[in-house]
Design a protein around this ligand. Structure first.
Ligand SMILES: [Fe+2]
Ligand SMILES: [Fe+2]
Length: 301
């Protein structure tokens, strides 16, 4: 990856999340990630747009890994004693509402930027959750997510080298993502309990994530200075330019569904009532044994 783990890691100063005391807040967070992983399975449709065999092979393997991650988060919910539940509308919008139209948008916005932000959340959970089995599950998934981010970075750089004119469009969409993350930060500042050692640091963690997102965009070569150094007018112009074409494709997607077929129900709408999620049960792991997070369900692996 273009950023090291040290750069991406936020120092919570040793503060911890307790799986019993903080069960509900952890359950809420895990349900957001569960939704994200279900959307990850759907990357399979990008096989149609893969520019070469290596990319197609990568996507096929990634889809299998995202299946495993769905199993990981179901397993973590079970360990916490929490149930699968709907994700927040903002998370649903960020994950599926702004579906990219092109391969370049997919590798830049969903893989490098989007999965980069999610990876930082996973690092934060590994560093703070006081539950060895949950941490072990997350650590295995993180290795795979790092590869997804790396692929997104490399393919974005290749796409930019081939056609520099895509830069403006990608930048406009990256600005929208950064605005959405900034909104999450201001919401957190108002609503999170200040007497909790981890939760009160989340606004600063979010600012750190945003800085790392900008650093990633700089190392990819998409920007030369932080987005915040651009004037409001310049940013508005980039966003308008990036989304002008999307208005037309948005109308088509509303009529036809995001992939251009007649609209039909998708996993992101039905997964909570799917037997593979609703009835998932993971056997208790033996002390010392590494837990196989996909052991229960062939449907997930
Ligand atoms: Fe994943
Ligand atoms: Fe991923």
């Amino acid at each position: 990856m273009l950023l090291t783990r040290e750069e991406m890691t936020f120092d919570f100063g040793g503060a911890r999340l307790d799986p019993v005391r903080d069960r509900q807040v952890l359950g809420w967070a895990v349900n957001q990630f569960l939704y994200g992983e279900v959307t990850g399975i759907q990357i399979g449709h990008w096989l149609y747009a893969a520019p070469d065999l290596e990319a197609a092979r990568f996507l096929a393997r990634q889809a299998v890994e995202e299946f495993q991650h769905v199993g990981n988060f179901l397993h973590i919910l079970q360990l916490l004693g929490e149930k699968p539940a709907a994700a927040h509308p903002a998370v649903r919008f960020l994950s599926t509402g702004a579906m990219p139209d092109t391969w370049e948008e997919h590798v830049a916005l969903e893989m490098a930027v989007g999965e980069g932000l999610v990876l930082q959340c996973f690092y934060a959970l590994i560093d703070t959750v006081d539950h060895p089995e949950i941490v072990a599950i997350l650590k295995r998934g993180v290795k795979q997510e790092e590869r997804h981010v790396d692929f997104g970075e490399q393919r974005t750089m290749a796409a930019l080298a081939k056609d520099p004119s895509i830069r403006t469009r990608l930048l406009g969409q990256a600005i929208v993502t950064s605005l959405a993350v900034a909104r999450v930060e201001s919401y957190m500042k108002k609503h999170l309990p200040q007497d909790h050692a981890v939760l009160r640091q989340l606004p600063e963690f979010t600012r750190h994530s945003l800085r790392m997102m900008e650093l990633r965009l700089m190392r990819i070569g998409l920007i030369e200075a932080p987005l915040s150094s651009l004037s409001v007018v310049a940013r508005a112009r980039l966003v308008a330019g990036a989304f002008a074409g999307k208005a037309v494709s948005g109308v088509l997607k509303t009529a036809l569904g995001p992939f251009g077929y007649a609209k039909r129900s998708r996993l992101t709408e039905s997964y909570l009532s799917d037997p593979g999620v609703r009835d998932a049960v993971f056997p208790p792991s033996r002390p010392g044994a590494s837990s196989d997070t996909t052991a229960n369900a062939d449907a997930l692996s």
